[in-house]
Design a protein around this ligand. Structure first.
Ligand code: NDP
Length: 252
């Protein structure tokens, strides 16, 4: 068995995990944030949890990328920059911006996320800098350009949507309010919609099964959670806007 076979198996495993995840999280809502509840064992502070969960997606990813045969070529370098733009923000900036109070995240959630991020780092970083074949003409290919636009657009929307949520709480508050303005007028979870757009952009710009596997996983993970958030909002707030959908404007 060559490493290329192992990589292909890892990609297929990630696609399989997406299928398992959409079923699992449709029945058992991941127990963090507003869906936190007893019965999931020990927990750690929420901010620390974010840094630990997402570090492999930035640091391990970079290590795997660096040892690839094509790591110094222009197109892989551009992809690396786009990936790291997202994950440096998510790992080291986002946890400082949330108003987490003394909220915690169960270790079982943290460990599951770390394991997934290690797999995903191998699948995507190894593809981009080693198994994928991208010469510099790929940088002007419409798939790269449209994918990069989608990814950067999703990234900006995601940061904006997460900032709106962070601003809802005054220092020290940990409760929930109805978010208003922008895409929040159309959907309950524009941050998830934006995250999905980002990774669909990544799938397009890498034009690979590796990229597609992460886009599928993100949809599998976040679409059911958006539906759970939406249901929760409607139960909690009697004045929750009726026309607002969960994730996709006018559709879902
Ligand atoms: P949520 O929208 O559930 O929460 C984001 C932050 O905003 C939390 O600090 C939350 O507090 C707070 N918040 C949410 N709604 C309200 C409200 N109505 N009033 C006041 N505060 C609120 O997002 P997640 O925590 O699930 O995810 C955070 C980011 O990580 C998102 O951008 C998401 O896209 C990304 N992500 C990506 C995944 C992937 O598979 N690629 C997986 C999971 C997340 P609290 O924690 O107290 O609820």
């Amino acid at each position: 068995m060559t490493e290329s076979d192992i990589h292909r198996a890892a990609v297929l495993l990630e696609i399989g995990l997406a299928a398992v995840t959409i079923l699992a999280v449709s029945f058992i809502v991941a127990p963090y944030g507003r869906h936190a509840r007893p019965g999931f064992g020990p927990a750690i502070p929420q901010r620390l949890a974010w840094v630990l969960m997402e570090s492999p997606a930035s640091l391990v990813w970079l290590g795997i990328y660096a040892v690839g045969a094509n790591a110094t070529q222009a197109a892989p370098l551009a992809m690396m920059a786009l990936w790291q733009l997202h994950y440096v923000q998510r790992t080291f900036v986002y946890p400082l911006r949330i108003k987490a109070g003394n909220k915690t995240t169960p270790l079982v959630v943290v460990v599951s996320a770390i394991v997934f991020n290690l797999l995903n780092a191998y699948v995507n970083a190894r593809w981009v800098s080693h198994f994928g074949r991208y010469d510099s003409s790929w940088l002007t290919d419409p798939r790269f350009l449209v994918g990069a636009l989608l990814m950067l657009g999703g990234f900006s929307l995601n940061i904006h949507a997460d900032s709106v949520l962070a601003r809802l709480r005054k220092p020290g508050e940990t409760g929930y309010k109805i978010p208003r303005g922008g895409l929040y007028e159309l959907v309950s979870c524009p941050n998830y919609l934006a995250e999905i757009l980002e990774w669909c952009g990544w799938a397009l710009l890498t034009w690979s099964l590796a990229g597609l596997s992460f886009a599928l996983y993100t949809i599998a993970n976040l679409a059911p959670r958006a539906i759970s958030h939406h249901r929760w909002y409607r139960e909690k707030f009697s004045d929750y806007p009726k026309e607002r959908r969960a994730l996709v404007p006018f559709v879902l």
